[in-house]
Design a protein around this ligand. Structure first.
Ligand code: GUN
Length: 299
């Protein structure tokens, strides 16, 4: 029987840990975790994401601050806000929602966030710590951190002897995911669009992680029987069967056929997606524990 991972349920258990860690920190150290989320402009999808992040932060018991800035905000104004939040002792996590409007450069803004408050894990210091295997010192970006929770709950902390294949080599996901799998002792291949015989490479994977942004690219015959398949893709495709002009979300894996071969598989939606916000909350509570000189919980 194939196990279908319920991402909502796993995310809820992460959130439970965040809530109790938050209550304990407030009781023992008088510190309440603080998360500041910045959004610039009017993109409706970004506003929806940011609202759920702010709402979840409140539900976790954090101080939750949202800065909603107008489309015409200048680089200097945004930089000044990050500086203010860097200096604010009540704020432990800063997130600048991406993408920013076209006239703003995101990279200097992201790199100006204090690494210890970079709960998105996008600062080069945090990316460097992941790359060097220093996982207890930095903050790991939320989507790979969430995918690793699934991997650990399926295979345990030690992946010795297992072959892992990550399809995709982005700085946001593929590279940190490969580094995390390697740090857990897996034998890791980072595959991408230029890989020769991609299907053959994937068939060798005990753990197959797809993050390419191509709807249903990974077919059943790419999957080793019994493998763990983690689908990070979120693709909107036309769904005329639901009515004219309708669409639906699919992953990078052809779920129905791959589920017949895999041992464990994540669905889209409802797999990795719900974990991203949960891990943002986890990173914020970790940052607050460290600031208070305490050992943070593990997720
Ligand atoms: N936009 C879409 N996903 C993300 C994310 O994880 N972090 C940030 N900062 N912006 C995003």
């Amino acid at each position: 029987m194939t196990t279908i991972i319920d991402g909502k349920q796993v995310a809820a258990s992460v959130i439970d840990t965040v809530k109790s860690a938050t209550a304990a920190l407030e009781k023992d150290a008088g510190v309440r975790p603080g998360l500041a989320v910045i959004i610039v402009g009017d993109d409706p999808a970004s506003h929806a994401y940011v609202s759920s992040k702010s709402r979840m932060a409140k539900e976790c018991g954090f101080t939750s601050i949202q800065h909603t800035l107008p489309e015409e905000t200048t680089q200097e104004e945004l930089a000044r806000l990050v500086e203010t939040l860097n200096a604010d002792e009540t704020i432990h996590g800063i997130l600048v929602q991406l993408p920013l409007p076209k006239h703003l450069k995101s990279e200097p803004i992201i790199q100006s966030i204090k690494p210890e408050k970079d709960v998105d894990g996008l600062h080069v210091v945090n990316a460097g710590k992941v790359a060097t295997g220093d996982l207890d010192g930095g903050l790991v970006s939320c989507t790979p951190a969430g995918a690793m929770v699934f991997v650990r709950r399926t295979h345990g902390d030690d992946l010795s002897g297992l072959n892992a294949v990550v399809i995709g080599r982005s700085n946001l996901f593929g590279k940190p995911m490969s580094a995390l799998l390697l740090a857990a002792n897996a034998t890791v291949t980072t595959a991408h669009s230029r890989t020769k015989d991609l299907a053959g490479v994937c068939r060798n994977a005990d753990i197959l992680v797809a993050a390419v942004g191509r709807p249903e690219m990974v077919k059943a015959d790419w999957v080793k029987p019994g493998a763990t398949v983690i689908d990070v893709g979120i693709n909107r495709i036309a769904a005329p069967e639901k009515g004219e002009g309708k669409s639906r979300l699919v992953g990078d894996v052809a779920f129905d056929e791959a589920a017949k071969v895999a041992g464990v598989i994540t669905p889209v939606p409802g797999g990795v997606g719900p974990m991203t916000i949960a891990m943002l909350m986890a990173n914020t509570v970790i940052a607050a524990y460290r600031k208070a000189g305490r050992t943070p919980p593990k997720f």
